[in-house]
Design a protein. Structure first.
Lengths: 433, 433
């Protein structure tokens, strides 16, 4: 099944789909060569938005939850990819310590953790769960919706202080499924003898959106050149504001100027593609913000001066006692995919350099220009049912599910590659590599 | 669906299934470590026989056809595994030359070739077909059953004689899907600048069954020790006869002695497992023989003296003008799997070190002790439909399809590992590695 693409503006995308399918050998070889030079993140999920006239990543998550939303038929792909990843970091690994989010009583999140444990067991690892919750002082069972149990355990340092593990469990690899937005806990500092994945600077205690966007610009440009398409078709325009003191009129004006400038760039692009009726909008988000937090939708620069103190307050983030005031302004990309009348956006999962599945995030009460990461969102793994077929080169553009899914996989991997460059460039200890 | 296991003697196998599932992390880690030391064959298919009391590989094919019999849902696993394999041999590869069998007008075989081309295209390679048929002197189209076309082209040496390719196509890798049972053609000799996969000594012009069986003995022993099971549960007993001149009475007597000795070993094993009613039999095959050729089923050593000259003749093979008279005698393993009343044996496919799918070879007119590789055989890819689920650790032994398929995958990989050791040991130019 291909979700209905509810837009007349799908010409550029059908052209993009055709170009991507025709260029498959070149694209795959390019990725292969890039992965010779750069290390992919251990795992990653990318939210895409399909506007018909463009298809772009809008979020690149380096601590993906939601593995439970992938179709079970896709599990062997995850296992195979995880085998390749483990091979790279610790080929003789016996034990893996998985560190989940602290709010681990959410049943859906716990199922994600259980799914990850199942995947890593199949790669030949004993997997146990280490908790960053200071209240977890002894092994603590957590009930899964299916009646099974998970056990989270307090993490401990080895007697010489050099290793992290559990009381009777010495892992070779520590895999974070916790995005560290609460800061970097002491127990994760100065780990040198074990692989800590993803690295600490991938966590939201340190990560900044702008670094990703800058890397993505370069990736999109290279990709555009490779297959001869306008990089804008896979890349939202964006701008950044370094010192935005929004409590002062001057700061708000600077933001309004940035917004207005970006709006006019978007309009120019719309005009270039003959979309005269399309109304641009932008997304403003804190540079240091976590997943979905403090995201504002602005349809006109004049709205900035009318923002409430609360809305403005959410745009600045306190990290380790320091206010991070940088902002990112990004071209809004509507999602024109639609499942049973509800707005949908594809989410693509990758382990190492491999696409291992995906699903649609669907929200019946949200609009095409709204954030679907909100209460009421549903996940439709089955909509990706045919993702495991290979492309059909003879199908008419836009009609074959495997072709659409292949294109999603390519664009999602552009986000993955950008994340790899980003992590390389922001590594505080590059000599470790 | 789990094929019906039509035997009362399934106790040892259910025990084996349980042990394998319980030991998954240890087994997968062991494979992971072995693949650090040894290179897996590029691709491989393994025929298994499930007797209920044992589950063993009976053929390890290093030039697998039949990729078209795999369920299309499994293709992404093949693509992912092929990506890993290509990475190893020629990461910057752009072109792959695939060399199919010469009898390429068989529609089913052509579909296998088309499927392989599809897989390698998705890994980022331009794929073309080189023919070893001296009658192919120009690009020759071959019609596929689905209306598409393949084109085989004459292979040529580069002007300096150092590379092999097509007229305007210089491959980095040459992949043989031709088992070289007709001998090694000149055009494949002395290739040093390109990867030739599998290596020439994997072809039946050079390969000898005994080397594989000896390597498999060691693999099975290591595996038995690892999970504490009798290696016999995954390994047919066997013997070999070096100079068997069967045209003389002395040669036939020597063979009859070997058969009798092996029969008594098998009986002892049957007794150990309480299978007093089970009748042993053995398979006699030429050491240098190709796929299914000249295979004899012997139920009593006394049959040897009554064999016809024709039957005896098929047991000796002429290779490059030299008679190869070595024989292999192997414990017969009945297949007790049954699909809709027809005898079935699982065939498992691997690319690099990964299990990528499989199917059942089913033959309605053959018995449980007969070779199913015969006219009338059918392939049931759908019977493996649940192979892409991960094991269900809570299912009762013998009832869950994913568990049965996981066990198949483990035993097939024992054959893969043995093939890897075999190729290493029989490599005429080991310093190349």
């Amino acid at each position: 099944m291909v979700p209905h693409l509810v837009t007349a503006q799908n010409g550029p995308l059908l052209d993009l789909e055709k170009k991507i399918l025709d260029s498959t050998p070149a694209i795959e070889r390019w990725f292969r060569l890039e992965w010779q030079e750069h290390t992919p993140p251990f795992y990653c999920s990318v939210d895409l938005r399909n506007a018909g006239y463009k298809l772009a990543p809008v979020d690149t998550n380096l601590f993906p939850g939601g593995f439970n939303n992938l179709a079970t038929e896709m599990l062997p792909l995850s296992v195979q990819a995880a085998m390749a990843a483990i091979d790279k970091y610790c080929p003789d690994a016996r034990n893996l310590l998985l560190v989940p989010e602290v709010h681990t009583r959410n049943p859906s999140y716990l199922q994600n953790v259980a799914r990850l444990m199942q995947i890593f067991r199949q790669t030949g690892l004993h997997v146990r769960l280490g908790s960053l919750d200071p209240d977890v002082t002894e092994p603590t069972p957590l009930a899964l919706p299916d009646g099974n149990m998970l056990v989270v355990e307090p993490m401990v340092r080895s007697p010489n202080g050099r290793r992290v593990g559990l009381k009777d469990f010495d892992p070779c690899t520590i895999l974070l499924n916790n995005d560290l937005s609460a800061g970097i806990p002491d127990i994760l500092q100065n780990i040198h003898e074990q692989s800590l994945l993803p690295p600490l600077h991938a966590g939201w205690a340190i990560r900044r959106k702008r670094n990703h966007l800058v890397a993505y610009d370069e990736v999109a440009k290279k990709f555009g050149k490779l297959i001869d398409v306008d990089p804008w078709l896979v890349n939202p325009l964006h701008a950044q504001l370094d010192d935005a003191n929004l409590s002062e009129a001057q700061g708000r004006e600077a933001l309004a100027d940035q917004v207005a400038a970006l709006m006019s760039k978007i309009k120019k692009k719309y005009k270039e593609y003959g979309m005269r009726d399309q109304k641009p909008w932008v997304i403003v988000k804190p540079d240091a913000g976590t997943y979905g937090m403090g995201v504002l939708t602005i349809k006109d620069a004049s709205e900035i001066k009318d923002l409430s103190a609360q809305q403005l307050g959410r745009l600045s983030v306190i990290k380790d006692g320091v206010q991070v005031s940088g902002l990112v302004v990004q071209e809004g990309v509507p999602t024109h995919e639609n499942i049973d009348g509800a707005v949908a956006e594809p989410v693509v999962y990758m382990v190492d350099r491999y696409v291992i599945g995906g699903f649609y995030r669907v929200h019946a009460e949200r609009g095409i220009d709204q954030n679907l990461k909100a209460p009421g969102a549903q996940f439709v793994p089955l909509a990706f049912a045919q993702q495991h077929a290979v492309p059909d080169l003879k199908a008419k553009p836009g009609t074959a599910a495997p072709n659409r899914f292949y294109v999603y996989g390519v664009v999602a991997r552009l986000g993955l590659l950008a994340a790899s460059w980003e992590l390389e460039r922001t590594d505080p200890n590059p000599e470790v590599y």
